[in-house]
Design a protein around this ligand. Structure first.
Ligand SMILES: Nc1nc2c(ncn2[C@@H]2O[C@H](COP(=O)(O)OP(=O)(O)OP(=O)(O)O)[C@@H](O)[C@H]2O)c(=O)[nH]1
Ligand SMILES: [Mg+2]
Length: 350
């Protein structure tokens, strides 16, 4: 009995290797940190599902932290082309998506777009879109995200409309086997990329997935450029706004400083005027004092002069009186002398 080969694809860290280890008992390396884990395509040992031999193919995840998506696409496409050439056809493809991702980012959409082109529309009935990491979200949140994935034209809806199915993986053997049961027992499929590479002899870059990847990369570069330009404009605008704000603030400060300086100058002028008035008053008082002293000195000099005058007048009077007294004395003495030299008359004695 031929093997049922199921490939598991999806972005890095979505749990591809974990899923395969769980269902097949393989021991593929599982990521523990932020770095991508599986580097090459690897296939599990065959194991039994509903009486059929199943082989799981693990692929390196897109959006690898160390390798480009083109490189990963080349690895996967080369492996798929080789298996196709050796007549080991796929029966099913699983695309893993973390329900714990809050939204499907641009990168996730790019990965999914590339996956679509890799599969082609004719194989979608053999595709199961598996959501996992349900333990990391509440049932409500998970169900709401699941519904959005199912109904959004930009997400899983177009693929589901064309026959793909969507299943939950609760990371239990039971739920994992249920997913595989969706795929075993069906016929084999030829993926678009196998057809393109093997039958049409295309290079990887020419395949629809390769073209999609390049177009997406260009769109992303354009988008990044647009965002960068927008960010630059925003930063420039912000810078201009800040500079204007700074200029306004500076002008206001200068105006305030000018007003303060003027007020200070006015205060200083008033203080100077007060000081001048005080000095003037002081000078005026000093002059009054001097004038008063001068007046006193003059009054004293006048008094002294009057006293001296009086003294002189009194001395003059005394001198005159003395001269008169002396003249009287002389006159009396002459009289006496005269009388003494005259004949003595009868002496009358009283
Ligand atoms: N909670 C939870 N964690 C999971 C589940 N599946 C995988 N993980 C964890 O997710 C991390 C990545 O798991 P991997 O199986 O290495 O993912 P991968 O898709 O093989 O990653 P690449 O090889 O880098 O592409 C590991 O830490 C796993 O333990 C799941 O269903 N639930
Ligand atoms: Mg892996």
């Amino acid at each position: 009995m031929s093997e049922t080969i199921i490939a598991v694809m999806g972005a890095t860290g979505t749990g591809k290797s974990t899923f395969i280890n769980l269902v097949s008992g393989a021991n593929f390396e599982v990521g523990t940190g932020l770095l991508s884990c599986s580097k090459e395509v690897q296939s599990s040992q065959p194991f039994d599902v509903n009486g059929r031999k199943v082989v799981m193919i693990d692929t390196p995840g897109f959006d690898d932290s160390t390798r480009s998506d083109t490189d990963i696409l080349r690895t996967i496409a080369t492996y798929l082309a080789d298996t196709y050439r050796s007549d080991r056809k796929l029966s099913g493809i699983i695309y893993m998506h973390r329900i714990s991702d809050p939204r499907m980012s641009g990168i996730s959409r790019r990965n999914f777009g590339m996956f679509r082109k890799l599969c082609g529309d004719n194989t979608l009935s053999s595709v199961v879109l598996v959501t996992n990491m349900w333990s990391q979200v509440s049932e409500d949140v998970g169900a709401a995200r699941e519904l959005q994935l199912q109904t959004d034209e930009l997400l899983f809806k177009p693929v589901l409309d064309k026959g793909a199915r969507m299943k939950r993986n609760y990371n239990t053997l039971d739920s994992a086997r249920h997913i595989l049961e969706e795929l075993v027992g069906r016929g084999t499929v030829t993926l678009q990329i196998q057809e393109e590479v093997v039958m049409q002899n295309m290079g990887i870059e020419q395949t629809a997935a390769g073209v999609e990847l390049e177009a997406e990369k260009r769109r992303e570069i354009e988008e990044a450029k647009r965002k960068q330009e927008e960010e630059l404009r925003r930063v420039q605008e912000e810078l201009r706004r800040q500079m204007e704000e700074e200029e306004r603030r500076r002008q206001k400060e200068m105006e305030q400083a000018r007003i303060r300086a003027e007020q200070e100058a006015a205060r200083h002028r008033r203080a100077q005027e007060r000081e001048r008035a005080r000095q003037e008053e002081e000078r005026r008082k000093e002059e009054m004092r001097r004038w008063e002293i001068q007046r006193q000195i003059e009054a004293e000099a006048e008094q002294r002069r009057q006293r001296d005058e009086e003294a002189r007048r009194i001395q003059e009077e005394m001198r005159q009186q003395r001269e008169e007294a002396e003249a009287e004395e002389r006159r009396l003495r002459e009289q006496i002398d005269h009388m003494e030299h005259q004949d003595p008359g009868p002496c009358v004695i009283f």
